[in-house]
Write a protein that binds this ligand. Structure first.
Ligand code: PGA
Length: 255
Protein backbone atom coordinates (compact mmCIF):
# COMPACT_ATOMS: atom_id res chain seq x y z
CA UNK A 1 0.00 0.00 0.00
CA UNK A 2 1.20 3.47 -0.85
CA UNK A 3 2.39 5.26 2.25
CA UNK A 4 0.44 8.45 2.62
CA UNK A 5 -2.99 6.92 2.15
CA UNK A 6 -5.08 7.07 5.30
CA UNK A 7 -6.15 3.74 6.71
CA UNK A 8 -9.66 3.63 8.12
CA UNK A 9 -10.63 0.38 9.79
CA UNK A 10 -14.27 -0.57 10.39
CA UNK A 11 -14.40 -2.89 13.39
CA UNK A 12 -17.96 -4.24 13.37
CA UNK A 13 -17.32 -6.33 16.49
CA UNK A 14 -20.19 -8.84 16.95
CA UNK A 15 -22.57 -6.93 14.65
CA UNK A 16 -24.85 -6.69 12.73
CA UNK A 17 -27.21 -9.46 13.76
CA UNK A 18 -27.97 -10.91 10.32
CA UNK A 19 -26.09 -11.61 7.10
CA UNK A 20 -28.64 -9.59 5.15
CA UNK A 21 -27.86 -6.49 7.21
CA UNK A 22 -24.13 -7.15 6.89
CA UNK A 23 -24.43 -7.38 3.09
CA UNK A 24 -26.27 -4.09 2.93
CA UNK A 25 -23.76 -2.33 5.16
CA UNK A 26 -20.80 -3.75 3.23
CA UNK A 27 -22.29 -2.73 -0.12
CA UNK A 28 -22.94 0.86 1.00
CA UNK A 29 -19.48 1.31 2.46
CA UNK A 30 -17.82 -0.36 -0.51
CA UNK A 31 -19.56 1.89 -3.01
CA UNK A 32 -18.50 5.07 -1.24
CA UNK A 33 -15.01 3.88 -0.29
CA UNK A 34 -14.11 2.83 -3.82
CA UNK A 35 -14.35 6.47 -4.93
CA UNK A 36 -11.88 7.80 -2.37
CA UNK A 37 -8.35 8.04 -3.69
CA UNK A 38 -6.58 8.86 -0.47
CA UNK A 39 -8.14 6.30 1.84
CA UNK A 40 -7.79 2.56 2.23
CA UNK A 41 -10.90 1.25 3.97
CA UNK A 42 -10.50 -2.04 5.82
CA UNK A 43 -13.78 -3.69 6.75
CA UNK A 44 -13.58 -6.23 9.58
CA UNK A 45 -16.84 -8.19 9.85
CA UNK A 46 -17.38 -11.10 12.26
CA UNK A 47 -15.94 -14.46 11.11
CA UNK A 48 -19.39 -15.75 10.21
CA UNK A 49 -19.76 -13.19 7.41
CA UNK A 50 -16.25 -13.19 5.98
CA UNK A 51 -16.95 -15.75 3.28
CA UNK A 52 -19.81 -13.60 1.95
CA UNK A 53 -17.33 -10.80 1.26
CA UNK A 54 -14.43 -12.94 0.10
CA UNK A 55 -12.71 -11.73 -3.04
CA UNK A 56 -15.27 -8.96 -3.53
CA UNK A 57 -13.03 -7.36 -6.14
CA UNK A 58 -13.48 -3.99 -4.50
CA UNK A 59 -10.84 -1.38 -5.10
CA UNK A 60 -9.59 0.71 -2.20
CA UNK A 61 -11.40 -1.64 0.17
CA UNK A 62 -9.73 -4.54 1.97
CA UNK A 63 -11.17 -7.32 4.06
CA UNK A 64 -10.01 -7.78 7.64
CA UNK A 65 -10.71 -10.28 10.40
CA UNK A 66 -11.16 -9.40 14.06
CA UNK A 67 -9.06 -12.23 15.45
CA UNK A 68 -7.16 -15.37 14.42
CA UNK A 69 -5.82 -18.48 16.06
CA UNK A 70 -2.07 -18.49 16.69
CA UNK A 71 -1.72 -21.69 14.66
CA UNK A 72 -2.90 -23.47 11.53
CA UNK A 73 -4.75 -26.75 11.97
CA UNK A 74 -5.16 -28.77 15.11
CA UNK A 75 -7.62 -29.66 17.81
CA UNK A 76 -8.89 -26.18 18.60
CA UNK A 77 -12.67 -26.22 18.70
CA UNK A 78 -14.18 -22.90 17.75
CA UNK A 79 -10.98 -21.33 16.46
CA UNK A 80 -10.27 -19.92 12.98
CA UNK A 81 -6.78 -20.22 11.52
CA UNK A 82 -4.74 -17.59 9.68
CA UNK A 83 -4.55 -20.01 6.74
CA UNK A 84 -8.37 -20.08 6.45
CA UNK A 85 -8.50 -16.30 6.57
CA UNK A 86 -5.90 -15.88 3.87
CA UNK A 87 -7.76 -18.35 1.70
CA UNK A 88 -10.86 -16.14 1.95
CA UNK A 89 -8.96 -13.11 0.70
CA UNK A 90 -8.57 -11.55 4.12
CA UNK A 91 -5.52 -9.30 4.08
CA UNK A 92 -5.64 -7.66 7.52
CA UNK A 93 -6.31 -9.10 10.95
CA UNK A 94 -6.97 -7.25 14.19
CA UNK A 95 -4.92 -8.84 16.96
CA UNK A 96 -5.04 -8.16 20.68
CA UNK A 97 -8.13 -5.96 20.76
CA UNK A 98 -8.82 -4.88 24.33
CA UNK A 99 -12.11 -6.79 24.28
CA UNK A 100 -10.14 -9.97 23.58
CA UNK A 101 -7.49 -9.12 26.15
CA UNK A 102 -10.37 -8.77 28.62
CA UNK A 103 -11.36 -12.37 27.78
CA UNK A 104 -7.95 -13.50 28.95
CA UNK A 105 -5.66 -13.18 25.93
CA UNK A 106 -2.14 -12.63 27.18
CA UNK A 107 0.64 -10.67 25.49
CA UNK A 108 2.33 -13.99 24.79
CA UNK A 109 -0.68 -15.36 22.91
CA UNK A 110 -1.06 -12.04 21.10
CA UNK A 111 2.60 -12.14 20.01
CA UNK A 112 2.08 -15.66 18.66
CA UNK A 113 -0.99 -14.47 16.74
CA UNK A 114 0.92 -11.54 15.26
CA UNK A 115 3.62 -13.91 14.02
CA UNK A 116 1.07 -16.41 12.67
CA UNK A 117 -0.81 -13.71 10.76
CA UNK A 118 2.44 -12.39 9.28
CA UNK A 119 3.50 -15.91 8.31
CA UNK A 120 0.36 -16.18 6.13
CA UNK A 121 1.23 -12.95 4.36
CA UNK A 122 -1.46 -10.88 6.08
CA UNK A 123 -1.00 -7.61 7.95
CA UNK A 124 -1.68 -7.65 11.68
CA UNK A 125 -3.43 -4.65 13.19
CA UNK A 126 -2.01 -4.91 16.66
CA UNK A 127 -4.09 -3.13 19.30
CA UNK A 128 -2.46 -1.63 22.37
CA UNK A 129 -3.69 0.87 24.93
CA UNK A 130 -3.80 1.67 28.58
CA UNK A 131 -6.83 1.11 30.81
CA UNK A 132 -6.59 4.53 32.45
CA UNK A 133 -4.37 7.60 32.57
CA UNK A 134 -2.72 8.29 35.90
CA UNK A 135 -1.10 11.56 36.98
CA UNK A 136 2.32 9.96 37.29
CA UNK A 137 2.38 8.86 33.65
CA UNK A 138 2.61 5.15 34.40
CA UNK A 139 0.54 4.53 31.28
CA UNK A 140 3.66 5.13 29.23
CA UNK A 141 5.32 2.18 30.92
CA UNK A 142 2.21 0.04 30.36
CA UNK A 143 2.18 0.89 26.66
CA UNK A 144 5.88 0.20 26.30
CA UNK A 145 5.56 -3.20 27.97
CA UNK A 146 2.53 -4.12 25.85
CA UNK A 147 4.35 -3.23 22.65
CA UNK A 148 7.52 -5.09 23.58
CA UNK A 149 5.63 -8.21 24.68
CA UNK A 150 3.12 -8.25 21.80
CA UNK A 151 5.89 -7.88 19.21
CA UNK A 152 8.20 -10.42 20.82
CA UNK A 153 10.18 -12.51 18.34
CA UNK A 154 8.66 -10.78 15.33
CA UNK A 155 11.35 -10.64 12.61
CA UNK A 156 12.52 -7.10 11.96
CA UNK A 157 11.67 -7.41 8.28
CA UNK A 158 8.01 -7.95 9.24
CA UNK A 159 7.72 -4.48 10.70
CA UNK A 160 7.26 -3.34 7.11
CA UNK A 161 3.74 -4.74 7.06
CA UNK A 162 2.72 -3.98 10.62
CA UNK A 163 -0.15 -1.71 11.67
CA UNK A 164 -0.42 -0.61 15.28
CA UNK A 165 -3.75 0.64 16.58
CA UNK A 166 -3.43 2.70 19.71
CA UNK A 167 -6.73 2.43 21.56
CA UNK A 168 -6.88 3.80 25.11
CA UNK A 169 -9.53 1.69 26.83
CA UNK A 170 -11.04 4.64 28.65
CA UNK A 171 -11.91 6.26 25.32
CA UNK A 172 -13.61 3.27 23.66
CA UNK A 173 -17.35 3.15 22.98
CA UNK A 174 -18.12 6.75 23.92
CA UNK A 175 -18.63 9.95 21.94
CA UNK A 176 -16.16 12.29 20.22
CA UNK A 177 -16.26 14.63 23.22
CA UNK A 178 -14.82 11.86 25.39
CA UNK A 179 -12.26 10.66 22.87
CA UNK A 180 -8.61 11.50 23.25
CA UNK A 181 -7.59 15.00 22.19
CA UNK A 182 -5.59 15.26 18.94
CA UNK A 183 -2.71 16.68 20.93
CA UNK A 184 -2.60 13.71 23.31
CA UNK A 185 -2.91 11.33 20.33
CA UNK A 186 0.12 13.05 18.80
CA UNK A 187 2.13 12.78 21.99
CA UNK A 188 1.31 9.09 22.30
CA UNK A 189 2.04 8.29 18.67
CA UNK A 190 5.48 9.88 19.06
CA UNK A 191 6.01 7.78 22.17
CA UNK A 192 5.00 4.60 20.31
CA UNK A 193 7.46 5.41 17.54
CA UNK A 194 10.19 5.88 20.14
CA UNK A 195 9.42 2.53 21.76
CA UNK A 196 9.60 0.90 18.31
CA UNK A 197 12.94 2.60 17.71
CA UNK A 198 14.30 1.16 20.95
CA UNK A 199 12.99 -2.26 19.95
CA UNK A 200 14.09 -2.55 16.34
CA UNK A 201 16.14 0.51 15.40
CA UNK A 202 15.21 3.78 13.75
CA UNK A 203 14.80 2.47 10.21
CA UNK A 204 12.49 -0.44 11.02
CA UNK A 205 10.58 1.72 13.50
CA UNK A 206 9.49 4.09 10.72
CA UNK A 207 7.71 1.31 8.84
CA UNK A 208 4.58 0.44 10.84
CA UNK A 209 1.53 2.59 10.37
CA UNK A 210 0.03 3.89 13.59
CA UNK A 211 -3.74 4.32 13.97
CA UNK A 212 -5.85 5.83 16.72
CA UNK A 213 -9.07 4.18 17.91
CA UNK A 214 -11.58 5.08 20.58
CA UNK A 215 -14.76 7.09 19.98
CA UNK A 216 -13.85 8.30 16.54
CA UNK A 217 -16.84 10.14 15.07
CA UNK A 218 -17.35 12.54 12.18
CA UNK A 219 -16.55 15.51 14.45
CA UNK A 220 -13.06 14.47 15.51
CA UNK A 221 -11.90 12.67 12.34
CA UNK A 222 -10.15 15.55 10.61
CA UNK A 223 -8.52 16.94 13.75
CA UNK A 224 -7.11 13.59 14.87
CA UNK A 225 -5.76 12.85 11.40
CA UNK A 226 -4.34 16.33 10.87
CA UNK A 227 -2.95 17.02 14.35
CA UNK A 228 -2.65 13.57 15.88
CA UNK A 229 0.30 12.45 13.79
CA UNK A 230 -1.38 9.13 12.99
CA UNK A 231 -1.77 7.29 9.68
CA UNK A 232 -5.39 6.38 10.20
CA UNK A 233 -8.25 5.46 12.48
CA UNK A 234 -9.92 2.38 13.88
CA UNK A 235 -13.66 2.94 14.12
CA UNK A 236 -15.98 0.79 16.21
CA UNK A 237 -19.65 1.59 16.76
CA UNK A 238 -19.90 4.35 14.15
CA UNK A 239 -18.74 1.89 11.46
CA UNK A 240 -22.16 0.22 11.80
CA UNK A 241 -23.95 3.41 10.76
CA UNK A 242 -23.24 3.61 7.04
CA UNK A 243 -23.94 7.30 6.50
CA UNK A 244 -21.90 8.43 9.48
CA UNK A 245 -19.04 6.09 8.64
CA UNK A 246 -18.99 7.26 5.02
CA UNK A 247 -18.75 10.85 6.28
CA UNK A 248 -15.66 9.78 8.27
CA UNK A 249 -14.17 8.25 5.12
CA UNK A 250 -14.85 11.38 3.09
CA UNK A 251 -13.33 13.63 5.72
CA UNK A 252 -10.26 11.40 5.91
CA UNK A 253 -9.91 11.58 2.13
CA UNK A 254 -9.42 15.35 2.19
CA UNK A 255 -7.20 15.75 5.26
P1 PGA B 1 -15.40 2.70 19.27
O1 PGA B 1 -14.57 1.33 19.27
O2 PGA B 1 -15.11 3.41 17.99
O3 PGA B 1 -16.81 2.25 19.40
O4 PGA B 1 -14.93 3.49 20.46
C1 PGA B 1 -13.26 1.26 18.87
C2 PGA B 1 -12.78 -0.16 19.10
O5 PGA B 1 -13.06 -0.74 20.17
O6 PGA B 1 -12.12 -0.76 18.26
Amino acid sequence: MKKGKKIIVANWKMNPGTLAEARLLFAKIKRAASRLENVLTIICPPFAYLAAFAHSGATRVALGAQNASPQNGGRLTGEVSPEMLRDLGVSYCIVGHSERRALGETDEVIAAKVRAVVAEGMTPILCVGERARDAEGRYFEILKNQLAASLARLPRASFRTLVIAYEPLWAIGKSAREAMSPRAVCETSIFIRKVLTDLVGAENAQQPQILYGGSVEEENTAAILAEGGVDGLLVGHISLESERFITILKRADVV
